[in-house]
Design a protein around this ligand. Structure first.
Ligand code: CA
Length: 377
């Protein structure tokens, strides 16, 4: 089968990250429409956020997904402009929802804002979103106050969607959800946010958690035992409230934990392919773990020295192209989350599952993900 046919078949299947890898008939395959995806992320501290944006636009431009909207969920005033820069770069006009000064948006407490800023300075040379705006933005680039806040954008997008049609892929903290649940009817719909999610969403995919147990990760001792995303900068109960409420809806929920990321390292190759003047490449140069000044060099410029885990890219690949049975294995059960966002896993039946990469398939997956980030199909 040619590469094109493989891609065509897998994307027609749609949502193969959900529990339907046991698809039985060709009719079922062809009758499904392409995934209508809302992406919700914490673009900023990690280069995988930026490479995932590249992938999202590549998939959309190839017709493999309908990218219905992009939501930025952290309290970063430059988040909206990054999403807009990518729209401009890839020739799209995907609706953007992000943090801005609207008092009806998500309310962040000062501790969360402080820990977010601390994380940016700990891991990055400068704020990646601000730098991307200054380097790649122009007069047409939208900034925070040109776009609706994240809750309003979710409400708008969900109201306009057909029932049971939307896949939400959340690859960051889940700050928007508790506020969305409580949001009352508005000009778009009389339904509350919780009711809109129940009516319009087909499945949820989360890059978050550490499976089967976040206590197994010594790197997250600074995060009250939680994985990074689900720690939510110390915002108690954000993750627990969100996941518990969504799980109760009974729709398929797939988790891909942070323990999978380090198995798929990307960066140097994709930077070479995209070139230095690309915001995705830029993000790798802004990240202290990947770009460094060589110690023995007189030239003080940064060199891309290390690859980086493709945390968010892996999950997006699975959302769009599937690969359960081929690259991934699925474990069914139920997640248990405490108020700090630390998780454990109860194996069993149900609508929740997590995925792991099959042992030995890392080199192939790494190659295919680098291809997708760089628009190679
Ligand atoms: Ca992320």
């Amino acid at each position: 089968m040619s590469t094109f046919l493989v891609i065509a078949t897998t994307f027609l299947v749609g949502s193969v990250c959900s529990a339907d890898e046991d698809k039985s008939t060709q009719e079922k395959v062809v009758s499904r429409t392409k995934i209508k995806l809302i992406y919700d992320g914490d673009i900023g501290p990690d280069p995988c956020d930026f490479s995932t944006l590249s992938m999202l636009h590549e998939y959309h431009n190839k017709g493999m997904i309908d990218l219905v909207g992009v939501i930025g969920e952290t309290p970063d005033p430059y988040l909206a402009s990054t999403l807009s820069v990518y729209n401009q770069l890839y020739g799209n006009d995907i609706p953007i929802g992000a943090f801005n000064s609207d008092p009806d948006g998500v309310k962040f407490n000062d501790d969360v804002k402080k820990r977010y800023s601390e994380a940016i300075s700990r891991y990055c040379y400068t704020n990646p979103n601000e730098t991307v705006y200054k380097k790649f933005g122009n007069r047409e680039t939208k900034t925070a106050d040109h776009v609706p806040h994240s809750v309003a954008m979710y409400r708008q997008l969900l109201s306009q969607a057909a029932d049971n049609s939307i896949t939400i892929y959340a690859a960051g903290q889940l700050f928007t959800f508790p506020a969305l649940f409580e949001s009352p009817g508005d000009q778009h719909s009389p339904l509350t946010g919780l009711q809109l999610l129940e009516k319009k969403v087909k499945e949820f995919v989360f890059m978050g958690g550490w499976f089967p147990n976040s206590a197994e990760s010594p790197w997250y001792q600074l995060t009250d035992g939680a994985e990074w995303n689900w720690w939510a900068f110390g915002d108690k109960n954000t993750t627990k409230t969100t996941i518990e409420r969504l799980a109760k809806m009974g729709k398929p929920i797939t988790y891909i934990g942070a323990e999978q990321g380090p198995r798929i390292l990307v960066g140097k190759e994709l930077a070479q392919r995209l070139g230095r003047e690309h915001p995705t490449t830029e993000s790798f140069y802004l990240f202290k773990r990947t770009a460094q000044v060589p110690q023995d060099s007189k030239d003080r410029s940064l060199v891309l020295k290390y690859d980086n885990p493709a945390f968010d890219d892996i999950a997006l690949f699975c959302v769009v192209e599937g690969g359960v049975g081929e690259y991934f294995e699925r474990v069914h059960g139920r997640v248990q989350i405490n108020e700090s966002g630390a998780n454990t896993w109860l194996p069993g039946e149900g609508n929740e599952s997590y995925l792991t990469i099959k042992i030995g398939f890392e080199p192939q997956l790494r190659e295919v993900i680098t291809d997708r980030i760089t628009g190679k199909f």
